[in-house]
Design a protein around this ligand. Structure first.
Ligand code: SF4
Ligand code: ZN
Length: 289
């Protein structure tokens, strides 16, 4: 298989783009895609100080590397929360230090125990405790240290899985969590997802092509996720499904959240206009009588 662009040996076939790419061309392609996503969704504002949260895994490693190459107008520092999980966290911390060193990015590290949280004591609730603690600490650290926004490595696959799970359990309070940029308010710092349109696989290949240090093992507490397999199967049959699905989410969510409810000035029922559709209809009927 040869690279469609330069004819060197290809490392990856991107079915939805009908492209095969070599190492160098893949790296350029990937960074271009992240850059486009960042522009399309106005992920950053010029001059912002961004706290880039990294875990040692492939997604956040890819995010940090891509951001250092494409975002000239923002200031970035990395942030690692040491979950203090035996072996796994030691390896992750080592990778994170190496990564920041190679990319020349300042690294901030905190330990979960500094905040009084011990995953080893969280029983079966490890992941929910971990998730809540990470969100809280990221936000607090960013705010107290003068960052304008927090960037996380959530990618295409995470967003789809999260969407389906919440949709099926009837939880609709999450909708803004699916946007590539969620503006902060009160004590909440703005959150951004620069890898909104990148897949896990693309992130991994980018890390391998660039030889970035990352932790290959999953967290030992990670639950098995059938959803990822289901989505993978759909993507195999319908290349481009994941990307098209997520790319259209903001259109839907923005439209939904921008809807402002009012009360009809005639009948008092809920409407989005001054006068509800029913009252307009009644008026129209009266004129015809
Ligand atoms: Fe935290 Fe590991 Fe659970 Fe992820 S899988 S939420 S890192 S405990
Ligand atoms: Zn090439």
């Amino acid at each position: 298989m040869k690279c469609s662009l330069c004819r060197k040996k290809a490392v990856e076939r991107l079915r939805q783009y009908k492209l095969s790419l070599c190492k160098e061309c893949f790296v350029k392609f990937y960074e271009k895609q992240v850059e486009r996503t960042v522009k399309k969704y106005k992920v950053f504002k010029s001059g912002e100080r961004v706290l880039v949260c990294i875990s040692g895994g492939k997604d956040s490693a890819a995010m940090l590397s891509a951001l250092t190459t494409i975002s000239k107008e923002i200031e970035i520092e990395a942030f690692y929360i040491n979950l203090e999980i035996e072996n796994y966290s030691d390896v992750s911390l080592k990778n994170v230090k190496k990564l920041c060193n190679e990319l020349n990015v300042k690294l901030n590290v905190v330990n979960l125990s500094e905040y009084g949280i011990y995953l080893s004591k969280a029983g079966k609730k490890k992941c929910s405790v971990c998730g809540t603690a990470k969100r809280y600490i990221m936000n607090k650290f960013a705010r107290e240290n003068g960052f304008d926004c927090v960037a996380t490595g959530h990618c295409l696959d995470d967003i789809i899985v999260f969407f389906f799970k919440n949709w099926l359990s009837g939880n609709f309070e999450w909708s803004t969590k699916f946007l590539p940029r969620m503006e902060g308010f009160d004590k909440i710092v703005t959150r951004v997802k620069p890898l909104y349109l990148m897949s896990e696989r693309e992130n991994a290949i980018y890390c391998l092509c660039k030889e970035l240090p990352f932790t290959k093992d999953n967290c030992p507490y990670a639950p098995k996720d059938d959803w990822k397999e289901i989505i993978y199967d759909i993507e195999k049959k319908k290349p481009g499904f994941k990307r098209n699905f997520v790319a259209n989410l903001p259109k839907y969510l923005n439209r939904k959240t921008n809807l402002e409810f009012k009360h009809c000035t005639i009948c008092g029922e809920v409407t989005t206009a001054e006068v509800c559709a029913f009252c307009k209809l009644r008026k129209w009927m009266e004129e015809r009588r």
